[in-house]
Design a protein around this ligand. Structure first.
Ligand code: IPE
Ligand code: IPE
Ligand code: MG
Length: 241
């Protein structure tokens, strides 16, 4: 697939690995969940910064398929935080014309949380402002595996010819099928890894790894990173002119 060289302006789609809540809390002598609550509070400011920055899609990593390995106390606390966050933020998100979607494997989440997620998606489905996608129980490899299952069923049922499968086919089966690929992926907390986030979709993303712990991240830093992106030269394998 040949893509044109794009001398970038702003990113349409920014994806964020919101990391560092635990360390932020530990630095303050508080339990990890205190950091998760502080982190959740930062989301609104970042969402609100998007329209002025021209960012149409914001995708945030809230809980990975690997995060179940944490203590039962932390996992239960996070699930309870997600339920509270959705309940509390629904009205504001709708008022700000934010369309919310979730990606990730839902069946493993409890029924009450799933219902809140479905309702939030439905309540905001007519909003045409920022597209906020929350990755919850999301893993890139898990997503590709689930997509492959669906694709294989279509082949079995005679709806898809195996010979026709190319790199445009699989994305139609991914959780992100209605979203463009991320242009810019930001990770907070100083770790320089992607931890199974948007593996397929980020093949040509620009990356920013910043030292800031997520509960200290805000509109100002987001603005700086979006502007820095604008100075980059995305070549997609071609030669700059
Ligand atoms: C990110 O913060 C939030 C989740 C993974 C749920 P962490 O909880 O990973 O914070 P650190 O990396 O331990 O500081
Ligand atoms: C990635 O952070 C997942 C989320 C931010 C939700 P982690 O803290 O789980 O990643 P690792 O364990 O450092 O790779
Ligand atoms: Mg972490």
């Amino acid at each position: 697939m040949v893509k044109p060289i794009r001398q970038t302006d702003g990113p349409d789609h920014v994806a964020i690995i919101m990391d560092g809540n635990g360390r932020w809390a530990t630095q303050r002598g508080r339990p990890r969940l205190f950091g998760h609550h502080a982190g959740a509070k930062r989301v609104r400011e970042v969402v609100e910064a998007c329209p002025d920055l021209g960012v149409k899609y914001l995708t945030i990593f809230a809980f990975s398929t690997e995060n179940w390995k944490r203590t039962q106390v932390e996992v239960a606390g996070l699930m309870s935080l997600f339920r509270r966050y959705i309940t509390k933020e629904t009205r504001a998100l709708k008022a700000e014309n934010v369309r919310v979607r979730f990606i990730g494997d839902r069946p493993r989440l409890d029924a009450k949380l799933r219902k809140l997620m479905d309702d939030l998606e439905e309540h905001t489905c007519h909003c045409d402002g920022v597209n906020l996608t929350i990755a919850l129980n999301y893993g890139g490899r898990d997503e590709v595996a689930r997509a492959t299952q669906r694709l294989a069923r279509d082949v079995r049922d005679g709806k898809l010819d195996p010979e026709s499968i190319d790199e445009e086919t699989l994305p139609r089966y991914l959780d992100t099928c209605v979203l463009p690929d991320p242009d810019l992926v930001i990770r907070t907390s100083g770790e320089a890894r992607i931890s199974n986030f948007l593996l397929w979709q980020s093949a040509y993303a620009e990356y920013e790894f910043v030292e800031t712990l997520w509960p200290d991240f805000g509109a100002e830093e987001m603005t700086r990173l979006v502007h820095a992106y604008g100075k980059r030269d995305r070549r997609f394998g071609a030669v700059a002119q």
